[in-house]
Design a binder for this molecule. Structure first.
Ligand code: TMP
Length: 218
């Protein structure tokens, strides 16, 4: 479907646990939108700016140094503060769609539900770092941690030895179960914003579902 000239750009976030396939799907979705003549920026958290990339390297380090839950929360917030101001808001202002691989919901799910940090504080920190920016739509790639972690493990097999699982993939199963539950709780609280995608499906099926969801925003 061609986009009308007066179309307002959308901010769409892709969320989910480890190995949910969202990173591949965001790439496919961005290509698909571009083919339709829609200007799109595909970006990711933590990351999306030079500072964010540095923070990402620190956060996903493989056990080289200790990062407590509180420091972890603040580092994700710092990456987001820069990302929103330097990358996301300017792109939206230039009428580019922004597809973002994880955003504030990831902090609720991982640091709030997963690490057990105070939900109220996480909420106000999220609002501060994101300038209260809320996605127009959030696609939640839902998958059992068992399948997701097995997929994530396969992804790193065959890579150089130091490219083993990152800090989050090494967490115990219960942590990933809490994250899944957390995401589903967020989705239930905001049914207008969230759409749940059954991420266990094959790539083409999931790609079709993502397209259907994006088309709803045209
Ligand atoms: P990725 O696997 O999507 O690249 O994300 C990197 C990791 O960072 C992933 O394990 C989820 C985690 N994460 C958080 O714990 N909190 C956050 O706010 C974000 C954005 C990511």
């Amino acid at each position: 479907m061609a986009m009308k000239g007066d179309q307002v750009a959308k901010f769409v976030t892709f969320e989910g646990g480890e190995g949910s396939g969202k990173t591949t799907q965001i790439r496919l979705a961005a290509e698909w939108l571009r083919e339709r003549g829609i200007p799109v920026l595909a970006t990711a958290e933590p990351g999306g700016t030079p500072l964010g990339q540095k923070i990402r390297e620190i956060l996903l380090n493989r056990g080289a140094w200790t990062i407590g839950a509180e420091a972890e929360l603040l580092l994700f917030a710092a990456a987001r503060a820069q990302h929103v101001r330097e990358t996301i808001l300017p792109a939206l202002a230039a009428n580019q769609w922004v597809l973002c691989d994880r955003f504030a919901d990831a902090t609720f799910a991982y640091q709030g539900f997963g690490r057990g940090l105070d939900a109220k504080f996480v909420k106000s920190l999220n609002a501060f770092s994101s300038l209260s920016l809320v996605p127009d739509r959030t696609l939640l790639f839902d998958l059992s941690p068992e399948i997701g972690l097995a997929r994530a493990k396969r992804r790193v097999t065959g890579l150089r030895p130091e490219a083993a699982e990152d800090r989050f993939e090494q967490e115990e199963r219960a942590f990933h179960e809490r994250i899944r539950k957390g995401y589903l709780t967020l989705a239930a609280a905001e049914p207008d914003r969230f759409r749940i995608i059954a991420a266990a499906g094959d790539l083409d099926t999931v790609r079709g579902e993502v397209r259907d969801q994006l088309e709803c925003l045209f």
